[in-house]
Design a protein around this ligand. Structure first.
Ligand SMILES: Cc1cc2nc3c(=O)[nH]c(=O)nc-3n(C[C@H](O)[C@H](O)[C@H](O)COP(=O)(O)OP(=O)(O)OC[C@H]3O[C@@H](n4cnc5c(N)ncnc54)[C@H](O)[C@@H]3O)c2cc1C
Length: 438
């Protein structure tokens, strides 16, 4: 068992091994000698799934579109996630209906399903390579009561919102997972896995093929209203834009204080084991599905693309910037589920900032002429490309720009100015409730 401060562990995502030279093109970095265009129709701030998906739509509509990202491709969450494709609306239909009425609630859930269908269609497009694997997922029950609840929910799905779900009692769960940790669970057959970096690169190639310009290593430092648009100040000089999209999600800092008060940046952490061999991996996750469970403080895991390693993630900390600090805690969480992995070596550890919101819904809209699309609460692999597409169409005045999220109030909290002081006590409480099985 590795103990003490971990050594010899790469802090780049396993997904980016070997992606290097092909992934970062010189003309798209700050080192490139290309100058920024002085004026564009559409400026997209943030070159992750959201920004690139929106940019593809506006560029395809013939609007001069520039995507600026402060960092290298893949530095944001879109280059470092778990690649788990699943229905990603957190509140239930009932919870949403109590707040927004049945019609809006139904439409939000419908968008959640349409988002998966959209990504599935993209993955099937010629030349779009995100390593789509229709593996389905296993959702483990942390307690017997959770199993009873999830089995009941699977048997009584709202008409029109059905997913293909199979209930797996505890006695049969070894067919799904080489662990006794869970009290049974459910298989979601429509879920899938992707390679996050290949998804990002495909979205970027698609946006560029439509005519969008993408520049990395170029931070937008401030935005000011100017005429009927915005003047953006950047690390490489000013750019005028008729319309601006904020696609900065968990990396939203001071650019728009109003948004900063509405998204809560939280760290999400992952490790990859040394190669365990395909046979050993099949004993852990026989069908190669991705796995998560019913705890409040989330864990998730899946096989690597080559089927040789386990990639294990979870909320091991809240705001810890050094992923190595989280390795011992993630190892302990992994060994709880798979005691047989107690002594395996960890080769990679990485982290990223996801964006939570106070109502656990993503938010899409426009304020003072500034468009935004953010707040996926740690589940943007399907929502970000889909809602990015919608907001891009809307900015271009194309049909298909509406979503069920339009016009939802984007809540904040008193005394929240961007540093989530209230999180530590909340997560501490959640950990205790998980421990007590409540
Ligand atoms: C470890 C981890 C595991 C995850 N696993 C999953 C999963 O399995 N399934 C799932 O659905 N979701 C998962 N997620 C969440 C998912 O990755 C995100 O929701 C999604 O990638 C968000 O995409 P985005 O384009 O909105 O934001 P990002 O990809 O984070 O991009 C935002 C970009 O904005 C840029 N930026 C910020 N400020 C500026 C500025 N002023 N100027 C220029 N650029 C700026 C940043 O550099 C960054 O590149 C995970 C996240 C992490 C960290």
């Amino acid at each position: 068992m590795q103990s003490g401060p971990p050594k010899g562990i790469a802090t780049t995502p396993l997904w980016q091994d070997g992606a290097g030279a092909a992934f970062v093109r010189p003309e798209e970095t700050a080192a490139g000698d290309g100058r920024l265009p002085p004026r564009v129709e559409i400026l997209v701030v943030g070159g992750g799934y959201t920004g690139l998906s929106a940019a593809r739509e506006t560029a395809a509509a013939g609007l001069a579109t520039l995507v600026l990202d402060a960092a290298a491709p893949g530095t944001g969450c879109s280059g470092r996630n778990g690649g788990q494709v699943a229905y990603s609306i957190k509140p239930s239909l009932e919870q949403l209906a109590a707040k927004h009425g049945h019609e809006r609630a139904y439409a939000i859930c419908r968008d959640g399903l349409d988002a998966i269908a959209y990504l599935r269609e993209l993955a099937a497009e010629e030349g779009f390579d995100c390593d789509w694997r229709a593996t389905g997922s296993f959702y483990g029950a942390h307690t017997a009561a959770h199993f009873a609840e999830m089995a009941h929910a699977a048997r009584h799905q709202p008409p029109g919102l059905e997913q293909r779900i199979r209930i797996v009692p505890r006695g049969e769960q070894h067919a799904e997972i080489g662990s006794d940790y869970y009290h049974g669970g459910c298989v979601y057959h429509d879920d899938a896995s992707v390679d996050p970096v290949r998804l990002l690169d495909s979205l970027r190639r698609r946006a560029r093929a439509a005519g969008a310009e993408t520049v990395y290593g170029c931070e937008v430092t401030s935005l000011e209203r100017s005429g009927d648009g915005y003047l953006a100040h950047t690390a490489r000089g000013p750019v005028r834009a008729r319309r601006v999209l904020l696609a900065t999600n968990g990396y939203s800092r001071g650019l728009s204080p109003w948004h900063r008060r509405r998204v809560i940046p939280i760290g999400s952490y992952q490790i990859a084991t040394e190669p365990l061999g395909a046979q050993r991996m099949r004993a852990l996750i026989p069908h190669g599905r991705h796995v998560s469970d019913s705890r409040r403080v989330v864990v998730y895991f899946r096989p690597s693309a080559d089927g040789e390693r386990l990639i294990f993630g979870g909320r091991a900390a809240l705001g810890e910037p050094d992923p190595l600090v989280c390795v011992p805690r993630l190892r302990a969480m992994m060994a709880q589920i798979f005691p047989q992995l107690r002594t395996v070596r960890v080769t990679h550890a990485w982290a990223g900032w996801v964006a939570y919101t106070f109502d656990t819904l993503p938010h899409v809209g426009e304020r003072d002429g500034l468009h935004y699309c953010m707040g996926y609460c740690g589940q943007g692999v399907v929502l970000a490309p889909y809602l990015g597409m919608r907001v891009g169409r809307r900015m271009a005045g194309l049909p298909g720009g509406a979503s069920a999220f339009d016009g939802l109030e984007f809540p904040s909290r008193p005394y929240h100015f961007g540093t989530p002081w209230f999180l530590a006590p909340a997560v501490f409480a959640y950990r205790w409730l998980d421990r007590l099985g409540l």
